[in-house]
Design a protein around this ligand. Structure first.
Ligand SMILES: [Cu+2]
Ligand SMILES: [Zn+2]
Length: 204
């Protein structure tokens, strides 16, 4: 008569355990490492604003990185004399459609409501209204906070669009301040950049 001794019971347990192991799915392969972020130091970008929606508005803005944001310096002409006009960074660097609708909504990586850049919640792309002089020219010299040129995608405004509107931004209405038609649009293009060393931490 065959008896089941402790030794054979143990070997059965081992056999069961090994079967369980072999039926478990193989561990998932490790995901490939993310490609390294491009390491460039952007020194300057420009947006040439071309008329849209049949307007006579045009201009040029030079953008440079500064502490805490990006400085916008330049002029926009063809505006209503002594008028005010909405001015924003829009999310898509595409000014190809006649009404500049191709530039999409305001750059808003953090899901904020539209507002005033100086007070309270606002889109990252919200700027103060342009203020034109008696000749219809607005001189721009403003720092847009918390954005970058060539930084992480949730701050980078290079490759996006600057848009001028027909009416003033009321800084309240959603989603875009009720500032009317898009009368000029320009893609923010990097004009000066420099590769950063990859072997050692960047020093400035
Ligand atoms: Cu806009
Ligand atoms: Zn906005």
């Amino acid at each position: 008569m065959k008896s089941w001794g402790p030794a054979s019971a143990l070997s059965m347990l081992i056999a069961v355990a090994m079967a369980a192991c072999s039926s478990a799915p193989p561990p998932a392969p490790a995901p490939p490492p993310a490609p390294p972020a491009p390491r460039v130091d952007v020194r300057e970008a420009q947006a040439v604003l071309a008329s849209a929606s049949g307007s006579l508005v045009s201009g040029k803005i030079v953008l440079t990185p500064v502490a805490g944001g990006v400085r916008l310096l330049g002029e926009v002409g063809g505006l209503p004399k002594s008028g005010r006009a909405g001015f924003h960074v829009h999310e898509r660097g595409d000014c190809s459609s006649v009404d500049a609708g191709s530039a999409g909504a305001h750059f808003n990586p953090t899901g904020q409501p539209h507002g005033n850049a100086k007070t309270g919640p606002h889109h990252a792309g919200d700027l103060d209204n342009l203020i034109a002089d008696l000749d219809g020219v607005a001189r721009v010299d403003v720092v847009l906070r918390d954005v970058s040129l060539g930084g992480p995608p949730n701050t980078d405004i290079a490759g996006r669009a600057l848009v001028v509107h027909a009416a003033p931004d009321d800084y309240r209405s959603q989603p875009a301040g009720n500032s009317g038609a898009r009368v000029a649009c320009g893609v923010i293009r990097i004009t000066h950049q420099q590769p950063l060393p990859t072997a050692a931490p960047a020093t400035r």
